[in-house]
Design a protein around this ligand. Structure first.
Ligand code: PMP
Length: 453
């Protein structure tokens, strides 16, 4: 049999079996808890993504502190998944926990602004730039709303996204590029609308394809992450963002930058660190320290155009907003995070730790002479089981090695390190200790020794 990304399939299968048995053997309490309580949930889990972990059954978490989880069997696990970015600043940071306790005495939802809301708005401008803001509960919703506004003010139908992107569950972006055509992604549940009619999908880093699509005059917005982080990580080529901005300006298309993951880059996200100038800006997940919150902002010019549009539209449902969005708990957590958690010092610690992790993993890959590489945007590090750098979503899809990655994830979990499922992403929080990073590097080395020996 041919090696899978440099590893023999027989050895991989044997490793996966060994590690699955080891995980199950070590967790009798977890198994008992699941036997008693999981049947009430569809597929045995309260949210179906929780089936996507590589272990034979999910961990049940007892508590999480700083960058460490304790599971129901008492294992202490170094958490590099950090809720897939929701806890990127560490679990329940002290200022956020205090703000939650304070707010809990004053009510949890009113559908009216609080004083903290007014302070948080000013802090958003300080951290991310002088935009005009709205709050939502998920980044999916924030993107959905930003796209509605872009369609409203341009009067155009289509959204341009990059092949391999992920922006949440808004169906408009669930397209792929296949044989040069935009198609709906396979696997969408209950999908009956023709998404491909309202979207254009092109490859990241391909300004020629972007221009060809925008020249049609039908594209309301380009929606993109600054770095593609949801397939294997794809970095922008030099000049790509400058070119993208000037093309959107030339063709009257709005640029929506989704910083939900790339806020790992530094204070103000990749946008501020690299001087991008989006028309609309979205950030979710950890922006309120782990309390379900996303915010989206627009430039003065977009806000003015939208205000005029809004005044002229017929009264009735806007299609934006949800009842619990803008609740005072979100604002309390948002203010505490922006003021006390998302600080230059926190980012400096994340940057140093992630640099150490990336160097360590690269060293291990080189030592085992595997054709793999490591990519990084600030606190976000990924090992990719293929040579790099990757240029676009097609490269990323080819680099993805699901069986091998699942075995590596499970092996790491058995060695006390949790990394995000779906991809090989690791986050370094400001409270991640050096010895946690070193344990992950050592675990990775031990696994590669077993897989390649
Ligand atoms: N944007 C990006 C770039 C994301 O990675 C994600 C989630 N992985 C989302 C938006 C959606 O976030 P949520 O699931 O919190 O709605």
């Amino acid at each position: 049999h041919l090696p899978i990304h440099g590893v023999s399939p027989e050895r991989l299968d044997a490793f996966k079996d060994r590690e699955s048995a080891r995980f199950a053997r070590a967790r009798p309490k977890t198994r008992r808890l699941l036997d008693q309580g999981a049947q009430a949930w569809l597929g045995g889990v309260p949210m179906h993504w929780m089936r996507d972990w590589p272990s034979p059954f999910p961990l049940v978490v007892k508590r999480a502190q700083k960058a460490r989880l304790t599971d129901a069997d008492g294992f202490e696990i170094d958490d590099f998944c950090l809720g897939d970015t929701g806890s990127m600043f560490g679990h329940a940071p002290a200022p956020v926990a205090r703000a939650i306790r304070r707010q809990a005495r004053c009510g949890l939802t009113y559908m009216l602004p609080s004083k903290a809301a007014l302070r948080a708005g000013r802090l958003l401008c300080e951290r991310f730039g002088p935009l005009v803001w709205q709050i939502a509960t998920t980044a999916s919703d924030a993107n959905r709303n930003a796209l509605r506004v872009a369609r409203a003010v341009t009067g155009r139908r289509k959204v341009l996204v990059f092949n391999g992107c992920y922006h949440g569950t808004l169906q408009d972006t669930m397209v792929a590029l296949e044989g040069g055509r935009t198609v709906a992604r396979p696997g969408l549940v209950g999908q009956v609308f023709d998404i491909a009619a309202e979207a254009v999908c092109v490859e990241f880093n391909d300004l020629g394809a972007v221009e060809a699509a925008l020249a049609s005059g039908e594209v309301a917005a380009v929606l993109t992450e600054p770095v593609m982080t949801n397939s294997c990580m794809v970095l922008p080529a030099p000049g790509f963002h400058r070119g993208l901005k000037s093309l959107t300006q030339r063709y009257g298309t709005l640029l929506i930058i989704d910083e939900t993951h790339t806020q790992s880059s530094g204070l103000g996200g990749y946008t501020r660190v690299h001087g991008l100038s989006p028309d609309l800006f979205v950030v979710g997940k950890c922006v309120a320290g782990g309390v379900a919150t996303a915010v989206w902002g627009m430039t003065e010019a977009v806000a003015e155009a939208f205000t005029a549009y809004d005044a002229a539209r017929p009264s009735g449902h806007s299609g934006m907003g949800t009842t619990l969005s803008g609740n005072p708990l979100q604002f309390a957590a948002l203010e505490a995070t922006l003021a006390e958690v998302m600080t230059p010092e926190a980012y400096a610690a994340m940057e140093a730790g992630a640099g150490r992790l990336a160097r360590g993993l690269s060293g291990v890959i080189a030592h085992h002479a595997l054709p793999w590489h490591v990519a990084r945007v600030g606190a976000r590090v990924e090992f990719i089981c293929a040579p790099g750098p990757l240029r676009n979503g097609a490269d990323a899809a080819a680099a993805h090695a699901p069986q091998l990655e699942a075995a590596l994830h499970l092996g790491l979990l058995n060695r006390g390190c949790l990394i995000a499922p779906f991809h090989n992403m690791m986050l370094v929080s400001p409270v991640t200790r050096q010895r946690q990073i070193d344990r992950l590097i050592a675990g990775f080395d031990e696994i590669l020794s077993e897989l390649t020996a």
